[in-house]
Design a protein around this ligand. Structure first.
Ligand code: AHR
Length: 495
């Protein structure tokens, strides 16, 4: 048994946790849309052709914002192909994934889905092969009032009420050479400024996300962000960050320490935002939108061979991946003052917490930390000190054996802790210096038989969350024990 103590004070805060860090991402890629959320042929289809079983599972994640329609897909997408009567919509080649796009699902269907699910839409415009004006026209289609061309097009398509889409991404991963229409930073910044101005001129209340670095290993990492923000900071409410991680070396302890490098990426991006704020003499600082994150390293099948809804990157997740997913969310909470939006990539079939097979649905391990944290997300993130064992990881340096984030609301304290030890139980002591912990509200724990354990259609319950009640309260402090390789979400009542 190894003891760790978490020291907190209710007045020592990072900032309010933005509920939008519990966001998702739906791309026209592989089987995410077709055979994922939308499958009129399925026995689970509702009146709009959406899969009820998939939507019911997604409801449990209480996602706030959902990004659509890409991803790399968006850099070749023309939104007008996906609106109007279905029989008039063109079938086109999608060059991002070498697939065939039927356009049977488009803007109106996505908004309908958002309304059904209580998601805020977050749309990406095409700044690869598209134009700033095409983006502006999409804003009018979505948000315009009756009486002008694109707003009337939406009304003719059966939607009299505006969609009220407030959050717009100005392209996707434009720093990457694999992106359709990729250009150097300066050129992208000019496109982004033009698009942002046109779109904000149409509707002042819009918020814009500019493309930041999409990969910490690209040679332009952070110089891209600096050049873009130097030019466009006053038009950029957010800058995007993307991160996919993996256990390529098959070293679980090392993999679990990747949280250090997620913290580092956020802090480096924030440093550039601060620099650009100073350089541009702005009161408002661009915040971070971490709009793609996940574990992704096993599957590299990104060629759709000109098929409709091909099987692409359908990663199967295990326990260690779920602990890393918890680590991403812990890191976002620890940086609540600067990370305002984050989107798990993606929501179904493509590197996702859910997998469909025919009419079957599998809930993967990474689903659970998201669910456990999302239902406990309200409040402010507290700073903390951890006293306890540490270890040195070969790739990411020294980490505490337990990974932590905390959220305080009026009368409740949420603790999110991961025991990264491969073989030792952790005894966690929670000390909120200025407030008394009086009782356990509820708690859940996620663990499994070993780091590589995963759920399957045959055995869906190997890595699932369980109620956790072995929390004791003594003299205003809480103590609980976590098995090796586990993640706990503990809600404590305060006096
Ligand atoms: O999420 C899959 C792909 O990963 C996205 O389309 C792209 O933005 C990223 O490279």
């Amino acid at each position: 048994m190894e003891k760790s103590a978490i020291h907190l004070h209710s007045k020592i805060q990072v900032g309010t946790v933005d509920p939008r860090i519990f966001g998702g991402f739906l791309e026209h890629m592989g089987r995410a849309v077709y055979q994922g959320v939308y499958d009129p042929e399925s026995k689970h289809a509702d009146e709009d052709g959406c899969r009820k079983d998939v939507l019911e599972a997604l409801e449990r994640l209480k996602m706030t914002v959902v990004r659509y329609p890409g991803g790399n897909f968006v850099s070749g997408y023309h939104w007008e192909d996906g609106v109007g009567p279905r029989e008039n919509r063109p079938t086109v080649r999608d060059l991002a994934w070498n697939s065939i796009e039927t356009n049977m699902f488009g803007t109106d269907e996505f908004i309908q889905l958002c309304r059904k699910m209580n998601w805020s839409p977050m749309m990406s415009i095409n700044l690869g092969t598209g134009t700033p004006e095409e983006g502006r026209n999409w804003v009018e289609y979505c948000n315009g009032q009756k009486g002008t061309k694109y707003a009337d097009m939406r009304i003719d398509n059966g939607n009299s009420d505006p969609f009220d889409v407030k959050l717009w991404c100005l392209g996707n991963e434009m720093d990457a050479e694999w992106q359709l229409g990729h250009v150097p930073a300066r050129e992208y910044a000019i496109r982004a400024q033009q698009a942002s101005k046109l779109m904000k001129d149409f509707d002042r209340s819009l918020e814009m996300v500019v493309c930041g670095s999409c990969n910490v290993d690209l040679p332009t990492y952070m110089t891209w962000d600096r050049e873009v923000l130097e030019y466009v900071a006053s038009y950029a409410d957010y800058i995007s960050a993307h991160r996919y991680v993996g256990n390529e070396n098959d070293d679980t302890a090392d993999f679990l320490a990747v949280t250090n490098s997620i913290d580092k990426q956020i802090e480096e991006t924030e440093a550039v935002c601060r620099y650009a704020q100073a350089k541009n003499k702005l009161w408002k600082r661009t915040a971070i939108c971490f709009d793609e994150w996940n574990v992704w390293y096993r599957t590299h099948d990104v060629d759709g061979n000109q098929q409709i809804a091909p099987h692409l990157i359908e990663e199967v997740y295990n326990l260690e991946d779920a602990l890393v997913a918890a680590g991403f969310l812990n890191s976002f909470i620890r940086h609540a003052d600067t990370v305002k939006i984050a989107n798990i990539a993606q929501i179904v079939n493509i590197i996702a917490p859910l997998l469909t097979k025919g009419d079957g649905l599998l809930i993967q391990s990474i689903f659970y930390p998201f669910e456990m944290m999302s239902r406990r997300r309200n409040g402010v993130s507290l700073r903390f000190a951890v006293e306890g064992p540490e270890y040195a990881s070969p790739s990411y340096g020294k980490v505490n054996t337990i990974d932590v984030s905390t959220i305080l609301s009026e009368n409740e304290l949420q603790l999110f802790t991961t025991n990264r030890s491969l073989d030792k139980t952790a005894e966690i002591h929670v000390n909120l210096a200025d407030r008394e912990i009086v009782s356990l509200s509820n708690a859940e724990i996620l663990t499994g038989p070993d780091a590589k354990a995963s759920n399957s259609f045959e055995k869906p319950d190997v890595v699932i969350s369980q109620p956790f009640d072995s929390v004791t309260i003594n003299k205003g402090k809480a103590i609980y024990e976590m098995p090796p390789l586990s993640f706990a979400a503990v809600s404590l009542k305060l006096k």
